[in-house]
Every structure is written in structure tokens, then in C-alpha cells.
Ligand binder design. Structure first.
Ligand code: CIR
Length: 264
């Protein structure tokens, strides 16, 4: 079973009422908390249906973007790495996540350099390597520190680039199985996925790129029929989850969980 697609656990965090103040590149409306909670519940139920244990953490009002837990840590089978988010308003979210991972993992290490910044949304873990996109949130020092921290666990890091104007590397791509990546053309055109099979996101449906493969199912945002059909045609089981409210804050399927199988 692949450690990059199959997981025993996930951690999520309930959206806070302060989500209305969440970060966004462009203001396309205020997220509706009640609808977001409905979508969030459907997301968690789908993770649970695969047999995984889902740990639901309580809302953190002091951190409007804290529902997007993926950015706080990188979880590998051998241990977890606590991130240093590049968005100043999100920096404190990592410390809020650390004790929960310490309770589950034997080894938890931290990105600690004052000049190091890195967010989980910029990290794509595949069976053979860890790709990290440099972005407005993730810098060279953060990537260098991550590279040093995961080397003893046998993981290699390859630095790639998040397209300009795109929040995170994984805003534009997802792993569907150990050698298949769903990607926007603007990202795959950079050549970063050599050696992988790439399923292109349909033109005009770029917001469909951020999906997750979680055990035997692919969770994707609802409303992108061409990309949905391409994933189905490639033979994957798929569930569409409402994402209209998270999308207002540049969030998608991966942002909403940490997914892992801890080795105690
Ligand atoms: C932010 O700008 O940080 C949040 N509004 C969205 C974070 C999405 N996270 C992710 O893609 N991993």
C-alpha cells in the first residue's frame, strides 16, 4: 500500500466564525460559515467512510485560516515536520498543531530558522520524492531546512516552482496514485512532472486541480464536470464535495486535512 495515497488517520479543524476574515488573493465574497460547516461535515464523513480515524480539532477563533490545517505540518510515515507558515497571520497555527502530532508520532521535528518559511500546501509527497514549490509562502531557506530534516528518514526533496499568482504548488496539482498526477497545464508546462503520468485539468476548471486521493477514493471540489469525467475515465473512484466557501479563500480539498499513518 502506498504511503502517499493510503492513510490510517486524518486531522481536521472546525472552521472558526472568524473565517470571514480569512486571507484571500481576490475578494469574491464573504464565506458563509454555515454552508462551510455543511461542506466540512461531508468532507469528514467521506474520509471516515474509507475506514480512517479522523481527529476533529476545535475551532481556533484567533486564527481565521486555521481550518486549512494542511499548511501547519508535513506528515510522513517516520515522523512529522512542523511548518513555519509564510503568512504572518498563520504563523501561530503551527504551534497549535504540534501537540496533537506529538501525541501520535514518535518523532516530531520543526522548521525553526527565523528566515525559514514553508507551508504544507506547497508540498506534494509522491512515492519516490517530495516536491516543494517555491512560492510567496515558501522560501529557499524553508525548503533547505525541510531537506535536512527529512533526509535521515530516507526522503529526498526536489525544489520546483509554484506558478506566479497561484497560492500554493498543490493549488494546481494533486497525486492520484503513485505515478499519476492531476495538474493544470500552466503548472505541468514547467516540466516538473517528468516521469509521471499527468492527467490535465480541463481548461477553465483550474480550481479542480486541488483534490486528494485518500485511500480508495479521490475527493474533488464539486462543479467541474470535464475534470471529473477525466478522473473517472482514468478509473478512479471519486466523490465530489462542495467547496464554494473555501474557494473564496483560495482553499481546496488538500488544505482541509493532514493525512498520515504514524509509525509510533
Ligand atoms: C491562505 O491564504 O492561507 C488561506 N486562505 C488558504 C490556505 C489554503 N491552503 C492550502 O492550499 N494548503
Amino acid at each position: 500500500m502506498s504511503f502517499s495515497t493510503h492513510f490510517s488517520h486524518a486531522i481536521t479543524r472546525r472552521p472558526a466564525a472568524s473565517i470571514t476574515a480569512g486571507l484571500r488573493a481576490v475578494d469574491i465574497g464573504t464565506p458563509d460559515l454555515s454552508l462551510m460547516l455543511d461542506h466540512h461535515a461531508a468532507y469528514i464523513a467521506t474520509l471516515r467512510e474509507t475506514g480512517a480515524t479522523v481527529i476533529e480539532l476545535p475551532a481556533l477563533e484567533a486564527f481565521p485560516d486555521s481550518v486549512f490545517v494542511e499548511d501547519t505540518a508535513l506528515c510522513l510515515p517516520e515522523g512529522a515536520v512542523i511548518m513555519r507558515p509564510g503568512a504572518p497571520s498563520r504563523l501561530g497555527e503551527a504551534a497549535e498543531m504540534a501537540p496533537h502530532l506529538r501525541a501520535l508520532y514518535g518523532q516530531v521535528v520543526e522548521i525553526s530558522g527565523a528566515d525559514s518559511f514553508i507551508e504544507g500546501g506547497d508540498i506534494l509527497v509522491t512515492e519516490r520524492e517530495i516536491l516543494v514549490g517555491r512560492s510567496a509562502r515558501t522560501n529557499a531557506a524553508g525548503i533547505a531546512e525541510l531537506t535536512r530534516l527529512v533526509a535521515p528518514w530516507g526522503h529526498s526533496v526536489r525544489e520546483v516552482h509554484t506558478p506566479p499568482g497561484v497560492l500554493h504548488f498543490k493549488t494546481d496539482c494533486s497525486l492520484l496514485d503513485s505515478y499519476t498526477i492531476l495538474s493544470t497545464t500552466r503548472l505541468s508546462a514547467s516540466g516538473c512532472f517528468g516521469g509521471y503520468r499527468v492527467i490535465p485539468v480541463a481548461e477553465g476548471e483550474e480550481a479542480a486541480a486541488n483534490t486528494i486521493r485518500f485511500n480508495d477514493v479521490v475527493l474533488m471540489p464539486a462543479g467541474f464536470p470535464k475534470t471529473r469525467d477525466a478522473i473517472l475515465a482514468a478509473g478512479f473512484a471519486l466523490r465530489e464535495i462542495g467547496n464554494s466557501e473555501c474557494a473564496k479563500l483560495d482553499g481546496g480539498m488538500s488544505c482541509l486535512s493532514l493525512r498520515f499513518t504514524p509509525r509510533a
